[in-house]
Design a binder for this molecule. Structure first.
Ligand code: PAF
Length: 296
């Protein structure tokens, strides 16, 4: 595994791999503090690609002024051990000065998809994500790029960017990885106290209950599902709901409150963002209610 820290080293390392027939190239962009979710992205990339490039960069332009950019957990040594164990060939670890040597004056904005869910609570966040990912795509020129579906809105936004701008890369969405008790893996879980961690299980539990209620016909409309989600989450006193939404996926369009979910064409997403103290957690389920309706 090669660790590169400058743009010249990165370009030289990826073009060597291509010249020597070790493609296709897969990119796994991360902000580090790696966990099993990232490991699953590396493994998927290893199955599909001759060369796996992982980037580790806590991207300042996707954090708002009152967010956790400074506090975001970092552990380069541990990250490198995981990356090597899971088969990364090249790890790119730039500094902020390498990625943004001068104030950036160009950015990529994906409209509409970024106005809801995390886009509403974190203004400017997705511009920061699309801009840094576009830079990474330009630098690495991967055939494939791997992203976890815990950030389902990010996946939808990046796919839109790639389609709109004819970028020559395929986005590969990968399933959410959970602890055995259901908590979705996130680098931010490290912020949780033991009690917050215990109560945070309400995210996955409420999503499972809501899905079951749709499957069994107990909650038929968007309003009913939203009410169910919020009432289950409110049972945890430390939970402060940022949003609990039901939207079409990947368009992220709202469904009318009294809309019968089994009439939704295609997939829907039930998406949550909930704060526990200073930690904001997200989780979601994507499924096709029509398929569920056909089974019952
Ligand atoms: O999902 C993340 O970790 C980040 O948003 C990403 C895609 C690495 C861009 O900084």
């Amino acid at each position: 595994m090669r660790v590169v820290r400058t743009i010249e080293q990165l370009r030289e390392a990826t073009s060597f791999m291509r010249r020597t027939g070790q493609g296709p190239v897969g990119l796994v962009p991360t902000m580090g503090y790696l966990h099993d979710g990232h490991a699953s992205l590396l493994r998927r990339a290893g199955e599909m690609c001759g060369t796996v490039v992982m980037s580790i960069f806590v991207n300042p332009i996707q954090f708002g002024p009152n967010e956790d950019y400074e506090a975001y957990p970092r552990d380069e040594q541990r990250d490198l051990e995981l990356a090597e164990r899971e088969g990364a060939d090249i790890v790119f670890i730039p500094t902020v000065e390498v990625m943004y040597p001068r104030p950036i004056r160009s950015k990529i904005t994906v409209s509409s998809l970024t106005t809801r869910l995390c886009g509403a609570s974190r203004p400017g966040h997705f511009d920061g994500v699309t801009t840094v990912v576009a830079k990474l795509f330009n630098l690495v020129q991967p055939e494939y790029a791997f992203f976890g579906l815990k950030d389902a809105q990010q996946v939808a936004v990046l796919r839109q960017m790639v389609d709109d701008l004819n970028m020559n890369v395929e986005i590969i969405p990968c399933p959410i990885v959970r602890e055995s008790d259901g908590l979705a893996l996130s680098s931010r879980n490290v912020y949780l106290s033991a009690e917050e961690r215990r109560q945070a299980l309400v995210l996955s539990r409420s999503l499972q209950e809501a899905r079951k209620a749709v499957e069994e016909g107990q909650a038929a409309t968007t309003d009913e599902v939203r009410e169910l989600l919020t009432s289950v989450i409110s049972g945890s006193p430390l939970a402060d709901i940022d949003y609990a939404e039901i939207l079409t996926f990947p368009e992220l369009e709202p469904l009318e409150g009294n809309f019968p979910l089994t009439r939704a064409e295609g997939e829907i997403i039930m998406a949550l963002a909930v704060r526990f103290g200073r930690t904001r957690l997200i989780d979601n389920i994507i499924f096709t209610p029509k398929e569920v309706a056909a089974l019952v």
